[in-house]
Design a protein around this ligand. Sequence first.
Ligand SMILES: [Cu+2]
Length: 186
Amino acid sequence: MLSENFSLFGARTRALNLIFVACLGAPIPGLAQGVEHAGSMSMVRTGDDVRAVATVVGDACQIDVQGRPGKKFSPTHISVPSACKTLTVQLIHTGKKPKAAAGHNWVLVRESDLHAAIADGLAAGPDNDWVKPGDERVIAKTAMIGGGERTSVTFDASKLSHGTAYTYFCSFPSHAEMMRGTLSIE
Ligand SMILES: [Cu+2]
């Protein structure tokens, strides 16, 4: 009877050890992962990957996007609820450099149009904020801004479709390769 109890205890200890080891292998809660609340927007962070859901007020939706030093957007993924008729994206440049040195904008295209839109934008030059004038592949874009500035764009979100992959990027030279994110209709 005593030995049975001992073996039972041993089995439990091994099981607990396994759970403990499994936890060590997982991302450390609170460091690598966590939930942020920026205003009324909920964001889930996993390392550099930040996913956010646009805030819905009636059928007008809103999201804040930071353009950060190091050529990064935050969030890096925006989920747009299908109830959104319009989406307002407010871009906040959290860096210090002026527009001419390290400007940021927010340009939305279909993922399949990304490379062509970037290439034509580079050819369009700084007078056009590095976006081809009248580019029909560009679904929405903000102005190019410098450090400490903010700007916004409101566009018709009902023309975006569920199941299509959209990408947003900053068209400033050498930024677009790193500075991009994805958007989808949920
Ligand atoms: Cu940029």
